[in-house]
Design a protein around this ligand. Sequence first.
Ligand code: 13P
Length: 249
Amino acid sequence: MRRALIIGNWKMHKTVAQAVGFARELSAGFTARADRDVAIAPPFTALHALSAVLKDTAIALCAQDVHWELEGAFTGEVSAPMLLEAGCRYVLIGHSERRRGSGESNEDVNRKAKAALRAGLAPVICVGETLDEREAKQTFSVIRRQLKEGLNNILADDIGRAIVAYEPVWAIGTGKTATPGQAEEVHDFIRQFLERMNGTEIAAGTCILYGGSVNPDNAGSLMAQKDIDGLLVGGASLDAGSFRKIIDY
Ligand code: 13P
């Protein structure tokens, strides 16, 4: 009953011209598939140009961050309605690189998720433990806290539109993917948490993505897991050929 979702997170890569070239290459001969959705998350600067290139394709746009206010004196920030207008359907929230690099807290994640939902965007809420936390057997307590605080007071009507992405920090950009079993264990935990929080129906319908060193060789075995509904791909999404293979897992 859940559609798969594959998002390519480009992080701080590609100029507008490079992004447009990639989008043309990826969308050539690309047809919508009934069982999966596909999106790319370019830097803010490329969103508007890409929305024109991808207009009549089955490839959607995702922003990499959002501010919780609608407008105001927030230098360097972009609001949810601005992202919607630029053509986004999704927005990443609480990526570990922002939690670590920009001190983003679970409370910030919560405010951003609410702002995204209010504007009609689907928030992709990222959670994940560090290597130290995993080795200290704190994986589940860290994820539980990130979800509890990140999803706090989001209305039941809205929560069904939220997406969760599990990205173990130790697997990001390291080439060290979580094994399908390790990833499934946490995805199952996340699904159970959502079930206790929102009931069986919403939990069963929530899309939970895995991210961290996903590549064309491991995408299929990750997607074969019961609770892995999609992939958040970093480095391997920068090349259209490699991303295409992951989409076709
Ligand atoms: P890599 O696929 O490069 O490990 O990055 C994962 C990630 O952070 C996606 O958001």
